[in-house]
Design a protein around this ligand. Structure first.
Ligand SMILES: C[S@@+](CC[C@H](N)C(=O)[O-])C[C@H]1O[C@@H](n2cnc3c(N)ncnc32)[C@H](O)[C@@H]1O
Length: 204
């Protein structure tokens, strides 16, 4: 149980990133999570081709677009319609729709990075939210296993809970390096963290 001064600190931190995002013109506070993860792990590089799953409203897309520059490519998809963002290809597929994989395979080909900040509608029942969220992340991981180039990288949001370690094990069979990280912009009280994966083992 958090005491009131801890809660005030958490609220202040959330407020800080929300205000910062608004002033800078980021579409979401989450943009800072990707910036902080990338500062530590250098997942997205200039010229990369990046697919971002669960990208509405588009804070991560803005950050990714900036990092890859003119020579790169950024594609975002979400069940919610993403407002147009210059230089980014915005799609409207669910991760559960097989057409998403078909589209990427047919029109885009292999990519350097797959990002997933997927989050379900929160029910408030911890076990249910954990289970649903890990299932979404697993679908993103399955898609990444098809579209990532050898030695490519991925980031998956994960909610803490009973099935997390099994998911980390699954992911670890496909990547040489997997780290669990919680960026400063993520609320300390939230159960989310991120699997930062690099060195994708290409399927033969
Ligand atoms: C935390 S938000 C993403 C925020 C985003 N990274 C940003 O920086 O603006 C999680 C997103 O996952 C999306 N989502 C949930 N279920 C999905 C699904 N089945 N397929 C695609 N997107 C989904 C939600 O619509 C929501 O926009």
């Amino acid at each position: 149980m958090r005491n009131s001064s801890q809660m005030k600190l958490t609220d202040a931190r959330r407020d800080f990133y929300r205000k910062l995002a608004k002033n800078v013109g980021f579409r979401s506070r989450s943009a800072y999570k990707l910036l902080q993860l990338n500062k530590s792990y250098h997942i997205i590089r200039h010229g990369d081709r990046v697919v971002d799953i669960g990208s509405y409203p588009g804070g991560w897309l803005q950050v990714a677009k900036d990092l890859v520059g003119k020579d790169g490519l950024v594609i975002g998809t979400d069940i919610k319609q993403i407002d147009k963002l210059e230089g980014v290809l915005c799609l409207n597929y669910s991760i559960e729709d097989p057409e998403l994989q078909a589209y990427l395979t047919r029109h885009i080909g292999r990519v350097d990075v797959v990002l997933s900040d997927l989050s379900p509608n929160i029910s408030g029942i911890w076990e249910v939210d954990h289970f649903t969220q890990i299932n979404l992340s697993r679908m993103a991981f399955n898609l990444a296993s098809v579209v990532l180039r050898g030695n490519g990288s991925s980031i998956y949001k994960v909610f803490d809970g009973d099935t997390l370690s099994a998911f980390v094990k699954e992911v670890s069979t496909q990547f040489h390096r997997v780290k669990i990280s919680k960026p400063a912009a993520s609320r300390q009280s939230s159960s989310e963290s991120y699997l930062v994966c690099s060195g994708f083992r290409e399927q033969s």
